[in-house]
Design a protein around this ligand. Structure first.
Ligand SMILES: *[C@@H]1O[C@H](CO)[C@@H](O)[C@H](O)[C@H]1NC(C)=O
Ligand SMILES: *[C@@H]1O[C@H](CO)[C@@H](O)[C@H](O)[C@H]1NC(C)=O
Ligand SMILES: *[C@@H]1O[C@H](CO)[C@@H](O)[C@H](O)[C@H]1NC(C)=O
Length: 208
């Protein structure tokens, strides 16, 4: 009987999803079991102790928009990396940078597992990059492709600055309102794949 009850409620839930506001986010959508959000990490430029990357989030879910306060992206560094600075997003914690500052230069974040959030649309222009600062919102691609992606730039230090030393971080996860918690897995890593990408283009696909 329990199975029968479960079947009934799954159908009701599906109906509720169909007829509710498309702006509502849900942790799992049985109508869109393959929906995913991708994280693209493109190393664009080497710096004296690391690199500058452009990170792009794209919402390929069918119905689930992400709305403010929006997404939170986390990952695990593979080495002793620090974030010197960020444009278009920010780490929510600086962590302990006492070992990593160089003179008056203090990193933006020294966390081993940083969590990054979007900036607001009115952010000062010198903290923006193209396609950034959407207050964490990402529309579903199938409904509003123009607003389904967002980018930020990250200046990474202590990573080495050659294709032999750099390791793209692992263990990406993406959280959003509506108890959405997506785990990301690497889909591919390609050398110099993206337009303007210098070294590596790593794509992680995040799903339930
Ligand atoms: C991600 O979503 C897109 C669009 O729904 C789909 O075509 C693609 O197969 C999905 N990728 C994975 C790895 O599930
Ligand atoms: C690193 O880059 C150099 C030159 O850009 C290339 O010759 C070499 O094969 C690359 N090494 C790896 C491991 O990709
Ligand atoms: C993955 O990330 C979570 C939090 O972001 C962290 O607690 C966990 O230790 C990480 N796992 C690995 C294997 O690094």
């Amino acid at each position: 009987m329990a199975i029968g009850v479960g079947g009934c409620c799954a159908v009701l839930l599906a109906a509720a999803l169909l007829f509710s506001s498309p702006a509502t986010t849900y942790a799992y959508d049985s109508l869109d079991p393959n929906g995913n959000i991708t994280i693209k990490w493109d190393v664009m430029q080497w710096t004296p102790d690391g690199y500058a990357a452009v990170v792009t989030l794209s919402n390929y879910q069918q119905f689930r928009h992400i709305q403010p306060p929006g997404w939170q992206l986390g990952w695990t560094w593979q080495q002793k990396e620090v974030i010197w600075s960020m444009y278009g997003a920010q780490a929510i914690e600086q962590g302990d940078c006492s070992m990593s500052k160089e003179g008056s230069n203090v990193p933006h974040s020294c966390k081993k597992h940083p969590t990054v959030v979007d900036l607001l649309p009115g952010t000062p222009i010198d903290l923006q990059i193209a396609n950034c600062c959407k207050a964490g919102s990402l529309s579903a691609f199938s409904q509003d492709p123009a607003n389904s992606a967002a980018s930020f730039q990250i200046i990474v230090g202590h990573s080495g600055n050659s294709n032999e030393t750099v390791r793209v971080p692992k263990n990406f996860s993406l959280m959003a309102p509506g108890r959405m918690h997506l785990i990301c897995n690497p889909s591919f890593t390609a050398l110099a794949d993206g337009p303007g990408s210098l070294f590596s283009s790593a794509l992680h696909t995040c799903a339930q």
